[in-house]
Design a protein around this ligand. Structure first.
Ligand SMILES: Nc1ncnc2c1ncn2[C@@H]1O[C@H](COP(=O)(O)OP(=O)(O)O)[C@@H](O)[C@H]1O
Ligand SMILES: [Mg+2]
Length: 348
């Protein structure tokens, strides 16, 4: 007999109604940028979350952000759901990940995950690095280059090689194997090309030659659980002879990567990663779950790269479910735990 799940209501008790809010990949990127929809989800991910929640005893409805109709859908959902399970990435711009949480907050709909402020700040790599540094978390030296202000950028205080990344994106979007410049001249050419394609601010960061790790966090306040770190081991160089976990590599991970979780590092190194991850999570006021990316250089120095308060949840593909699995949390339990953390915080 199947064990009774604690979320299943007793007879006479109302079932909690959850609305999953999401963006789907449409397959026809309107601007022609090849990885334009990198951050959006597949229908399989949404269905996997739905199934996990239903198995947990919840009533689940689907609320797709398919453009302008989302505000109307959410107005109606106000009467129909008790909580939103938010994985929506937003429409665009530096604040895009905060757009749906802002709407949910405005309409008084409780939701899982971080609030709009934490999401907007975290999406801005330059701002996040400044905050992390002010809490004593080491991060590679970098310079922000505003869109259209290439000539004003002060790259002379950076040590080459450097990596060039969109300042407010995720999932490796706009980052390729050849996003590394070895000289100032090469950097100017690379930035001009990248800016012309992506038309956004870029961050130029000293390239950390070494090993790459990611750390998962689950829960809130004193109950926050730091999951064992995972190492992303490159089994071959990416294009350009560097190791870069960009969007193309993520999509073709079997050709490039081995994932080792828990990572084979010393307890001291693991503690450094966990402490830094928790510090940034708390500093930004992140909630319920997040994933934090790091590099450790050849001298053993830990560098924070970025935090993802809305990490991908694609089963068998995204890093966060892999981290959870390795810490003994199967996919369905992970989804229920994220919702559980939000419910506890919101007293629902
Ligand atoms: N300073 C750096 N040094 C070396 N590699 C980097 C650096 N910054 C980013 N990378 C590589 O690029 C990948 C994506 O960068 P990241 O900052 O995590 O952006 P995203 O939000 O797109 O995941 C990293 O996982 C890493 O492989
Ligand atoms: Mg990353």
């Amino acid at each position: 007999m199947e064990e009774q799940n604690s979320e299943v209501p007793l007879p006479g008790q109302a079932r909690i109604r959850v609305g999953i809010v999401y963006n789907l990949k449409s397959g026809n990127a309107p601007t022609g940028v090849p990885d334009e929809e990198a951050e959006y989800d597949s229908v399989d991910t949404v269905m996997a979350i739905k199934k996990a929640l239903e198995r947990g005893g919840y009533d689940v409805s689907l609320i797709e952000d398919d453009g302008r109709q989302l505000p109307g859908k959410l107005m109606r959902a106000r009467e129909e759901i008790d909580i939103a399970f938010n994985i929506a990435e937003g429409r665009g711009g530096r604040g895009r990940e905060g757009q749906v949480p802002s709407l949910l907050g405005y309409l008084g709909i409780p939701y899982t995950g971080s609030d709009e402020t934490a999401l907007c700040v975290s999406l801005d790599k330059d701002l996040t690095k400044r905050i992390a540094a002010s809490y004593g978390v080491k991060t590679p030296k970098s310079v922000l280059v505003k869109s259209g202000e290439l000539s004003k950028c002060d790259i002379h205080r950076l040590k080459f090689p450097v990596i060039v990344k969109p300042n407010a994106e995720g999932s490796g979007k706009g980052i390729i194997g050849t996003s590394i410049a070895e000289t100032p001249d090469a950097l100017v050419t690379l930035l001009a090309e990248r800016m012309n394609t992506y038309r956004c601010d870029f961050i130029v960061e000293e390239y950390i030659d070494g090993r790459e790790f990611t750390v998962g966090l689950l829960g809130n306040r004193e109950e926050t659980r730091v999951l064992r770190p995972m190492e992303m081991v490159f089994c071959r160089h990416t294009e350009g002879n560097y190791n870069v976990y960009g969007y193309h590599v993520k999509c073709n991970y079997k050709d490039y990567m081995n994932y080792v979780c828990p990572a084979r590092i010393t307890p001291e190194q693991e503690k450094k990663l966990s402490d830094a991850a928790l510090t940034v999570y708390k500093a930004l006021g992140c909630r319920d779950f997040s994933r934090v990316d790091f590099r450790i250089d050849r001298q053993g120095e830990v560098y924070f790269l970025e935090i993802n308060p809305l990490p991908g949840l694609a089963p068998g593909y995204s890093d966060f479910p892999m981290l959870a699995e390795a810490s003994g949390i199967p996919y369905d339990d992970l989804i229920i735990s994220i919702l559980g953390a939000a419910r506890k915080r919101l007293v629902i």
